[in-house]
Write a protein that binds this ligand. Structure first.
Ligand code: FAD
Length: 303
């Protein structure tokens, strides 16, 4: 006679997890049409009650102004908490400090502090009067106001770094300077993130290390980003999108499946916080949040 199989515990992702927290990342729009897409996305995602939405920051005056304008509009027209990304690229300390004070004055209380990259692609050269590292930037922001400060973390190490351990030392320095949360570079193998999390905790780091999730809307584009960012693309992921270059409908279904699989597996491993790189598009992220059990809250003021 066959032995009865041991009972399999229910998967956390199939039961209601009331403590799921999500945040969404957007980039500032360049054209009126992009602005429209962005605001449609914010309007759709806002009722899900994200803990914050962040707006990325580029080098150069006009992109900086666009970040500021987008953050200001989120503050004015929604009840979501915005987080402004800020880098120390090509700007003196005084210029960066002024941006930080301006954010404080309009009511921004959360900054995602990053070193950034020089635009010429020749490696990091700080501005002669600027913050030299993200750690210095975090300390500078902390001196100006009682901001919540998020920083980056790299489960597969930063491309300029010798090792994951060296990156963890930098993360520790950023926390000692005042960072309160880390958001990871995107990754596709959950093992990579979970092992990194173990290492980080073993180094005595206890702030949230929120996984950055990128829904693959366009495989070739994502593979290009991943190469620059030092994030690996597993062969199985390439295989899943193989031959779909001209088939947008199937590609979107595959993207939803791949992202759902990744996120639900992380929930099964006890992860409850997720930061979505939305690429300013709402549909896929909205569907994943629905799977995570999030439902629109009517009192959440959208755009
Ligand atoms: P850091 O944490 O500063 O580390 C960069 C490298 O320098 C690492 O190799 C680190 O080990 C090394 N390092 C740092 N400090 C020291 C030190 N004191 N001594 C020795 N080595 C050191 N870019 C943008 O331009 N705009 C954005 O809005 C933006 N948003 C991002 C959001 C997230 C969540 C992430 C993960 C990245 C983002 N980036 C953004 C990209 C980021 O600017 C680049 O990856 C950049 O190359 C590094 O900046 P950082 O603050 O992430 O790295």
């Amino acid at each position: 006679m066959l032995e009865p199989l041991p009972a399999v515990p229910p998967r956390a992702s199939r039961t209601h997890c009331p403590d799921i927290c999500v945040s969404f990342e957007f980039f500032p729009p360049k054209t009126d049409e992009m602005e429209k897409t962005l605001w449609e996305s914010i309007k759709r995602l806002a009722p899900l009650g994200p803990s914050f939405v962040s707006v990325t920051y580029g080098a150069g005056g006009s992109t900086r102004e666009r970040t500021h304008a987008t953050v200001a509009r989120i503050l004015k027209e929604t009840s979501i908490k915005p987080a402004a990304h800020l880098t120390c690229v090509a700007a003196s300390r005084d210029e960066v400090d002024r941006v930080v004070r301006d954010y404080w004055d309009i009511g921004v209380r959360h900054i995602v502090a990053l070193r950034g990259d020089c635009q010429d692609g020749n490696g990091w050269v700080p501005h002669p009067q600027g913050y030299k590292t993200s750690t210095e930037l975090v300390a500078g922001i902390r001196r100006i106001g009682d901001f919540e400060i998020s920083v980056s973390a790299y489960p597969e190490r930063h491309p300029e770094s010798k090792s994951v351990d060296a990156d963890i030392d930098v993360l520790k320095a950023k926390i000692d300077a005042g960072a309160t949360r880390a958001i990871t570079q995107f990754f596709f193998e959950n093992d990579v993130y979970l092992r990194y999390l173990d290492k980080v905790r073993a180094h005595g780091i206890h702030i949230p290390i929120v996984p950055g999730i990128v829904p693959v809307q366009n495989f070739n584009l994502t593979a290009g980003f991943a190469k620059k960012a030092g994030a690996s693309i597993p062969q199985w992921l390439a295989d899943r999108f193989e031959g779909l270059e001209e088939d947008v409908t199937t590609r979107r279904l595959i993207a939803a499946t791949v992202t759902a699989e990744q996120v639900l597996d992380l929930v099964d491993h006890g992860i409850r916080d997720f930061h979505f790189y939305t690429m300013n598009r709402a549909d896929l992220v909205y569907a994943i949040c629905h799977l995570l059990g999030l439902r629109p809250k009517s009192e959440q003021k959208a755009a």
